[in-house]
Structure formats: structure tokens, C-alpha cells
Design a protein around this ligand. Structure first.
Ligand code: ADP
Ligand code: MG
Length: 932
């Protein structure tokens, strides 16, 4: 948690800062520094001095340590420690400080030191925090969010502020959205889903359990506590209205609860104070945050919500363990050409849809692109020349663009028409369909592609930049090679004088050489003495009388003449004027582009979406994915489904990934999957969820056919011992998360339970697994895949009409097991742990001994009833018997009748029984048990 960057009252009297500030011997500049430092006590202050940003005192020590830079001392005040970085390289150093958790205050010179009378004026021009400062080295395919949280309402019963509002702002692109709700779990999920770097919170809620949970579980997020004033409705909403307009606020109000609007306003105030404090105007004329022009309301629950656990478990964004992005679902999907497309793809994956028409609109676009490969190629080729337009706009608007940014913008705008034309062509589908194709289905058309293709390509702006800037301009605004000759007459004139003057100086040098016969004579320049004629010591006797001495150096004397002095004045004033004119023109240029931020953003968003659709089409055709049928009618039917990531890895290794069918419907909603370790249970569950998520994004899926009924949420829970990598997996955590799933899941949800109950003893674990499965079956009704090593659980299907058994097949061959990777009907009934141990290379004696022990244990278990007795107990309990009766039954049954009943059950070929026979058998067995 970093402290607030709010200005604070001056430090306490015994503070070293205060002492230093009170010290009368301070130089005026150090006094200037101390004043800033006192206003931002928690932050590192970077203080501009000439070409460097300097830090002093403790800050200098911190920076020397964090940045590997040299710790020195002020020449005037020897006891003042100092460490500095060159101003042109400051961004990289800033990134490292922010990464190390520091808040950094940048103090810049806001007047030209040459023109300053006395002390140069300096002001805070930027406050950098994790959420506002975009590290130039960060992955451009990830958004960079600042988020802000506000609470409101008051529930009478809970006596707490139950309403919450969350706003999310990406300062680099201007993306700004907000949401509100009341469900605490959903709030947590939403904060996690944004992946924001910094969360702003009203300091009054510092100890709120909801904040405590964020602090505990999201270690990468900085929580910044703000003064409650910042969350006062009046000022924050006022600020928001100033940015997005009164109408924008009214619109937001109809879609969201008040806290969301307050949170958005607070985020804006914070971002403005950090990125563009009023004092920065002096060095960034015309800069604004005008790229933020609207606030988009959204509801997390309007799409498919994949909870935090599931996101990690399914490896949507990162592989578990090493965090590798390429071995995640996003890694396989993100074939977008541009960084903007990459970010949009990540957003689509984070926010899958739930509305079938919206999903089908995306599918149409992908299908249309797949069906016209030449247009798809041209679309992607065109995008190759498209730069990160969203962030370019951000830089232009915030006054931080350099000339080459505008050239990138021009190139982007120049290639946009080709991209849009390709989209327009694909939008109408293939025009040369064969008779067979025509028979196979209706023409593939995409209304969405047509809309995107119709976006304003902003050609006027590209022409304007083209006219003004050189093709390869310098980024140095003091350079003469930025604007095209002929663009601005005033600039041309001063450039002419400056260059001309330089030619005249070169001529003068030749003339003096000739007249004095000093071959080594040179006209040179330095910033302190200006132009001078340099003559080396041995030639001094040849110097003519009209030369005036200017300076003596080691081996030479420096002179000037009246003629040189006149030329010098001419050249220097011309150069000064040229720099001034260039800067003015550049500011004018960027401001004139900034005015069009809204149009440019619309274009950027269209290009990004086309890029994503193109990438989805590309992946679909490269990997033979198919278009799933998405509808409101519940079931999931997948034929020949594959795991999208493992399939790619298998391909790379030249191995075969075995496809599988799976069906989950209302009638078969609880699918219990058994099979030995390593058979492929987890894989088939995950691939089912991944295919469902892909379908909700509008993507094609790895299968031969697929039908996906829309879902509201996907949950996963992995048994504790399978989840050790997270380092905090206790049985308690496993159970509390299972509880949360039971609380939040609905009949529209998909739940994956992978070996839950593992974290405790067999009896406990089995009982819990059993009860959880039963509860989901009877009360929740969610589609559930339940992988388990408790074979007893397969008995659930006897009582539960909507539960089915599946197993992943293996074959025994020569005392070895062969994994077939095929999901088949019915339960498996044998533990293959010992064979797996053999495969894993355990010594033969150990494996043999294990088999002996297993055999004897199995024999005992048969006698004692063992785990099956527990299964029985759970079932009896469900039948509504009292505790005493159960105990009685259990104790009695386990000694006598239960052995018999179990033996009967074990030998019954269930598949051979008719329902009537099964019922009769059950009645008989229960009667037998009740006898005792
Ligand atoms: P289980 O959960 O049953 O222990 P896993 O799902 O973890 O098994 O799979 C074990 C290994 O088998 C994994 O490393 C995976 O790569 C491989 N595997 C699983 N399913 C398939 C498949 N359908 N085709 C090829 N390899 C598979
Ligand atoms: Mg597994």
C-alpha cells in the first residue's frame, strides 16, 4: 500500500525535513526542492537541473540502490547526498522506481534557464503511480488500468455500505468504463478481472473486509488510500461532467448506481492531478485528457463470468507455474497483427458474451473472413503497417508526442483504407461460390464487418501530416529536420539564414586560412564562448593585428574578429528563432490533431476489432476449428473436441491429441468422470470449459461439431493436493471456495470439480465430495463435470437420475497400462496407481510390494465395508433418517448385513437390470439392512 499522493501538512517539527527547511544556510534552489519534498513526503522527488533529474538525501540513497546509479554529493553543500539520471533516459528509470513500489514526483524547469532572472522556476509536472504511469517497456498487448472503488447505500440489516461502484481507466488509450453492484463476490471477481495496477479507495474503507480480501489475494495490485474528500459526490461528479458532458453523466446514471459515477469522478481527479497538473501547462502547452471523452457503463453479469479460480486453472491468460503467456489460451488465440488487436483480444477473452445474437454477429464476421481467404490476407497485410493508434492519440492529446509519433500515425492512416476495403469485400462473403458450396449453406455475410468497414478513415489528417512533416523527421525539436521545406515560410526563412550563415562562416574560415597562411587555423563553436578562431601555439606569431584575443587553452589561443562576431549574431538568432518556430509549429500540429481525438479513436477501435476478427478467422482456418451453434437451450454437445492449447503443443511435438465427444444436458447434468491418474480426466474437463468460453467470445472452436447453450458463469475447483503450486491451498480454502460455488452457481452455470475432497482423510473427503455432488444435482442444477478418484461416487448415478458415469479408458497390456485418452460411458472400477508407479520408473521390487499391499488392503476393505459404508451412510442420511437411526444402522450394518449388501452390490451388473428390477433389488437390500 503506497501512501496517498495528496499534499499533506508540512512535516512534524522533529522531522529531519523540517530541520533542513528551517536551515537558513540553504541555497535558494535547495529551498525550492525542500518545499516540494515537504508537500510530498512519501514520494521520491526527481528534480530537474539542466540535463539531469537529480535526487537528494534519502531519496538519493534509495535511487542509487534501486537504479544502480552513483551516489555523489553537491559541490556547494558537501553533506547533501545526490544521485541523478539524464533527462532523456528518465522514462526507463521511472519505470524501475514504480516497479519497486515507489511513487515519484517529477519537478521540471518550467521556464527557459537562459531567460530566467535568478532562480529557474520549477514546478511539479507529473506524479507517477503504478496506475497512471505506463512503462514504455511494458507489453503493449496488455491494457494498463487504474481503477477506483466507491461504496454507497446502507443495508439496514448488515449496517454496511452494500452498494459498490468500480471505475476502470486506461490513461494511455482513454478507455473508461464503470460498473456497480451489490454482490461482494462479484466485486472481487471484477477487480481481479480488470487486472488493474492500482486501486483507489476512500481511506475510510481501509479496513473494510472487501478491501482486505483484495489486499490478501491480489499481491500485484497497489491499493492507494485517498482522502475522503476525493470521493465526495459533488466535486467528483462535477469533474466527470466536465470531461464527458452533463448528458454523459445523465446517461451513466440510468445504467449504474451512484457509487460507480463517484468512483469514476475520483479516478479522473486522481489521473488529472498525476498526469497533467496545472503547472505542467508551462511545458506542455495545449495538453489535455481529451482522449477520455465518454464513460461506458457495463454489467459484469451481462456476459459469461469466468471466476478468478477458473481463469487461473483454465490458463486463459497465463500458464500456471511459470506464467508463460504463449502456453495459455490467449497465447494460441492472439494472432492479432497489432498491439491494439492484442489488447482487444484479451478484453474479449476476459469478457465473453452471453447474448446469442451478439455472439452470432461475431461468428458471422469470422465465418465471412474464413470464406474469403484473399480478403483475409489483405486485411492482415494492411494491418501490418498499422501502429498503436489508440496510444498515439493518447500521447498526442496529453502533449507527449514526438515527431516520429505523427509519422507513425500518418502511416497508420495511410494503410487504413486498404484494411477497410478488405473488410468490405469479406462482408458480402464469397462471390464465386461453387454449386456444391451453395448447396451446403446460405451465403456467409457479415453485417458487423460492413459496419466496421464504413468507419471514417480520417484521410484528411493523414494528408495534413504528410504535407507538414518529413518522412523521417528528427525527434529533437531543436533540429531543423522535422518539417518539410515549403510547409511554413517563416520557418524556411530562419532555417535559410541559419544555414546560410553557417556557409558564410565556413567561407570565412577558408579566407582567414588563406590570408594568414596558418594551415591549422579553425573556426569553432562552443556553447559558452560561441564562435571563435582557434590558432595553435606554434602559429601565434602569424596572427594578424586585428584579431582580438578571447580565451587561452592548453595548446592554442582563441580569437574573434568583427566580421565573425556579426556572422555569429546572425546565425545564433536565426537558430534560436528556428527552434522557437519549430516548437510552435509542432504544438499547433498536435493540437490540430488532438481536436479529432474522437474520430481517431473510432477508427482505432474499428481497426482493433477487425484485427481480432481477422486473428480468429486465421486461427480457425489454420487449426480447422468450426463454428459452434450457440443458443439459449441449455445443452453442451461437443463432437471430437480438442484442448486448444495442448493440441498445438502436441502438433509441435509431432504427437497426436486424441479428440473426445462430450455431452452435458439437462437430463445428464452431472457427469462423473473416473479413470486412473494421468488418464486425461482433467484435460477433458478443461477442454470442455475452454470450448465453451471460445464459443461465448464468438470464436470458432476445436471440434468437428459443437453446440453450446449459453452459460452465466464458469467455476472450477481443484482438490487441494492438486493445487499446491498456489502455495496457500489448505483444505479450509478448498472448502470455502466450494461453498462459494454452491452459493453462486445457477442452473445456467458450468462447474468443474477436479478431485475435490483430496485435502483431507478418505472418509471426510468422500463424504464431502458425495454431499457436494448431490447438492449440485438436486438443488443447483448446474452443468457439472466431476472428476474423482473415489470410485464410490460412481454409485451416485443409482439414486440420481440426472447423473451419469463416464470414464477415461485405459488398456492393460503386459502388466502395463496404455492410455487410450477416450471418454467412454460407465464408471471405471479399478485403481491403476500401481501401474502408473511402474510407468513412472519406481523400482520393480517396490512396485511388486505395492501390489501385495494393495491386494491385502482390498481384501480388508471388502470385509470392513470401508469407504463404501460411508457412501451408504450418506445415502441413508439423505433418506431422512434421524442421527440415532443412522448411527444404529451404520454400526449394525457394517458388521453383518452391510457385508452382504455390499457383496450383492459389487456383483450386480447394473446395466443388465431394468428399472423395475433395480428398484426391487434396492428395496430388498434396504429391507435387509433394516432387519439388523
Ligand atoms: P488426469 O487428470 O486423469 O490425471 P490429465 O488430464 O492431467 O490426467 O492428463 C494427463 C496427461 O495426458 C497430460 O499431460 C496430457 O497432456 C495428456 N493427455 C490428456 N488427454 C489427452 C488427449 N486427449 N490426447 C493426448 N494427450 C492427452
Ligand atoms: Mg487430474
Amino acid at each position: 500500500v503506497t501512501p496517498s499522493t495528496e499534499p499533506r501538512p508540512a512535516a512534524a517539527p522533529d522531522d529531519p525535513l523540517r530541520e533542513r527547511l528551517d536551515n537558513d544556510n540553504l541555497t535558494p534552489m535547495m529551498r525550492q526542492y525542500m518545499t516540494v519534498k515537504a508537500a510530498h513526503p512519501g514520494a521520491i522527488v526527481l528534480f530537474r537541473m539542466g540535463d539531469f533529474f537529480e535526487t537528494f538525501f534519502e531519496d538519493a540513497e534509495t535511487c542509487a540502490r534501486l537504479l544502480d546509479i552513483v551516489l555523489t554529493a553537491r559541490s556547494k553543500e558537501k553533506d547533501v547526498k545526490m544521485a541523478g539520471v539524464p533527462h532523456h533516459a528518465v522514462d526507463g528509470y521511472l519505470a524501475r522506481l514504480i516497479d519497486a513500489g515507489q511513487t515519484v514526483v517529477v519537478v521540471d524547469q518550467v521556464e527557459d534557464p537562459k531567460l530566467a532572472k535568478g532562480l529557474v522556476r520549477r514546478e511539479v509536472t507529473r506524479i507517477l503511480t503504478p496506475g497512471t504511469f505506463l512503462d514504455p517497456g511494458a507489453n503493449p498487448r496488455s491494457a494498463h488500468y487504474l481503477s477506483s472503488l466507491s461504496f454507497g447505500g446502507r443495508s439496514a440489516r448488515a449496517r454496511k455500505m452494500t452498494l459498490w461502484g468500480l471505475a476502470v481507466l486506461d490513461l494511455s488509450t482513454g478507455e473508461f468504463r464503470a460498473t456497480s453492484g451489490e454482490d461482494d463476490d462479484l466485486l472481487f471477481e471484477e477487480i481481479a478481472r480488470t487486472g488493474a495496477r492500482e486501486l483507489l479507495v476512500d481511506a475510510r474503507f481501509a479496513e473494510d473486509p472487501r478491501i482486505a480480501r483484495v489486499r490478501r489475494e491480489m499481491d500485484r495490485m497497489t491499493i492507494t488510500l485517498l482522502d475522503p474528500d476525493r470521493y465526495a459526490a459533488g466535486p467528483s461528479i462535477g469533474r466527470l461532467a466536465a470531461r464527458i458532458g452533463e448528458a454523459g453523466v445523465v446517461g451513466a446514471r440510468t445504467a449504474m448506481a451512484e457509487p460507480a459515477i463517484v468512483a469514476a469522478g475520483a479516478a479522473l481527479i486522481y489521473a488529472e492531478a498525476a498526469e497533467l497538473p496545472p503547472e505542467a501547462k508551462a511545458i506542455l502547452p495545449g495538453a489535455s485528457l481529451d482522449h477520455i471523452h465518454s464513460l461506458r457503463p457495463y454489467l459484469p453479469s451481462e456476459g459469461l463470468v469466468v471466476d478468478q479460480q477458473a481463469r487461473e486453472h483454465l490458463e486463459l491468460f497465463y500458464a500456471r507455474g511459470d506464467g508463460d503467456r504463449s502456453r495459455s489460451l490467449l497465447g494460441v488465440l492472439d494472432r492479432a497483427v497489432t498491439a491494439m488487436g492484442g489488447r482487444t483480444m484479451a478484453a474479449w477473452l476476459a469478457y465473453p458474451l452471453r447474448d446469442p445474437p451478439a455472439i452470432r454477429a461475431r461468428q458471422d464476421a469470422v465465418a465471412a473472413l474464413v470464406s474469403v481467404p484473399s480478403a483475409l490476407d489483405r486485411l492482415r497485410d494492411g494491418l501490418a503497417a498499422v501502429a498503436d493508434l489508440e496510444r498515439l492519440i493518447g500521447r498526442v492529446v496529453m502533449g507527449r508526442a514526438v515527431p516520429r509519433d505523427l509519422v507513425l500515425m500518418r502511416r497508420t492512416l495511410a494503410s487504413a483504407p486498404a484494411v477497410l476495403a478488405a473488410a468490405a469485400e469479406a462482408a458480402v462473403g464469397p462471390t464465386d461460390r461453387s454449386f456444391e458450396q451453395a448447396l451446403a449453406g446460405p451465403t456467409v455475410e457479415s453485417a458487423r464487418l460492413a459496419v466496421l468497414a464504413g468507419v471514417d478513415p480520417c484521410t484528411d489528417l493523414s494528408t495534413a501530416i504528410e504535407r507538414a512533416l518529413l518522412d523521417d523527421p528528427s525527434n529533437d525539436l531543436e533540429s531543423a529536420s522535422i518539417f518539410r521545406p515549403g510547409y511554413d515560410a517563416a520557418l524556411d526563412e530562419v532555417v535559410d539564414v541559419a544555414t546560410n550563415g553557417k556557409t558564410l562562416i565556413a567561407n570565412l574560415e577558408a579566407k582567414e586560412k588563406d590570408e594568414t597562411k596558418i594551415g591549422s587555423l579553425k573556426v569553432r563553436y562552443n556553447s559558452v564562448f560561441g564562435y571563435f578562431i582557434e590558432v595553435t601555439k606554434p602559429n601565434l606569431k602569424l596572427v594578424p593585428a586585428h584579431y582580438r584575443r578571447k580565451q587561452t587553452v592548453a595548446n592554442a589561443e582563441r580569437f574573434y574578429t568583427e566580421e565573425l562576431k556579426e556572422l555569429e549574431t546572425k546565425v545564433l538568432t536565426a537558430e534560436e528563432k528556428q527552434v522557437e518556430r519549430t516548437k510552435a509549429l509542432f504544438t499547433e500540429m498536435t493540437s490540430s490533431i488532438a481536436v479529432h481525438a474522437k474520430r481517431l479513436r473510432a477508427l482505432a477501435e474499428a481497426l482493433a476489432e477487425l484485427d481480432v476478427l481477422g486473428a480468429l478467422a486465421h486461427v480457425a482456418s489454420k487449426r480447422s476449428w468450426v463454428r459452434p451453434l450457440v443458443d439459449e437451450r441449455g445443452s453442451i454437445e461437443i463432437a471430437d473436441g480438442r484442448h486448444p492449447v495442448l493440441e498445438v503443443l502436441a502438433d509441435e511435438l509431432g504427437e497426436r491429441f486424441v479428440p473426445n465427444d462430450i455431452s452435458i444436458s439437462d437430463e445428464q447434468r452431472l457427469v462423473i468422470i473416473t479413470g486412473p491418474n494421468m488418464a486425461g480426466k482433467s484435460t477433458i474437463m478443461r477442454q470442455t470449459a475452454l470450448i465453451a468460453i471460445l464459443a461465448h467470445m464468438g470464436s470458432f472452436v476445436p471440434a468437428s461439431t459443437a453446440k453450446i447453450g449459453v452459460l452465466d458463469r464458469i467455476f472450477t475447483r481443484v482438490g487441494a493436493s492438486d493445487d499446491l503450486s498456489r502455495g496457500r491451498s489448505t483444505f479450509m480454502v478448498e472448502m470455502s471456495e466450494t461453498a462459494r460455488i454452491l452459493r453462486s452457481a445457477t442452473s445456467r452455470s458450468l462447474i468443474l470439480l477436479d478431485e475435490i475432497g483430496r485435502g483431507t482423510s478418505t472418509f471426510d473427503g468422500l463424504s464431502i465430495a458425495w454431499a457436494v455432488a448431490e447438492h449440485i444435482h438436486d438443488h443447483v442444477g448446474a452443468k457439472t463435470l466431476f472428476a474423482t478418484h473415489y470410485h464410490e461416487l460412481t454409485e451416485l448415478t443409482r439414486d440420481k437420475p440426472r447423473a451419469v458415469n463416464r470414464h477415461v479408458a485405459v488398456k492393460e497390456w503386459n502388466e502395463q497400462i496404455v492410455f487410450l485418452r477416450k471418454l467412454l460411458a460407465g464408471p471405471t472400477n479399478r485403481s491403476y496407481g500401481v501401474q502408473v508407479a511402474r510407468l513412472a520408473g519406481l523400482p520393480a521390487e517396490v512396485v511388486d510390494r505395492a501390489r501385495e499391499v494393495l491386494d491385502s488392503l482390498e481384501a480388508q476393505a471388502l470385509v470392513a465395508g470401508d469407504a463404501s459404508a460411508v457412501a451408504h451412510l450418506v445415502r441413508v442420511r439423505a433418506a431422512g433418517l434421524s442421527e440415532g437411526e443412522q448411527l444404529h444402522l451404520f454400526q449394525g450394518a457394517s458388521k453383518t448385513a452391510s457385508d452382504e449388501v455390499l457383496a450383492r452390490l459389487r456383483t450386480t451388473a447394473i446395466d443388465d437390470l431394468s428399472p423395475r428390477q433395480a428398484h426391487a433389488l434396492l428395496a430388498e437390500l434396504i429391507a435387509r439392512l433394516e432387519e439388523t
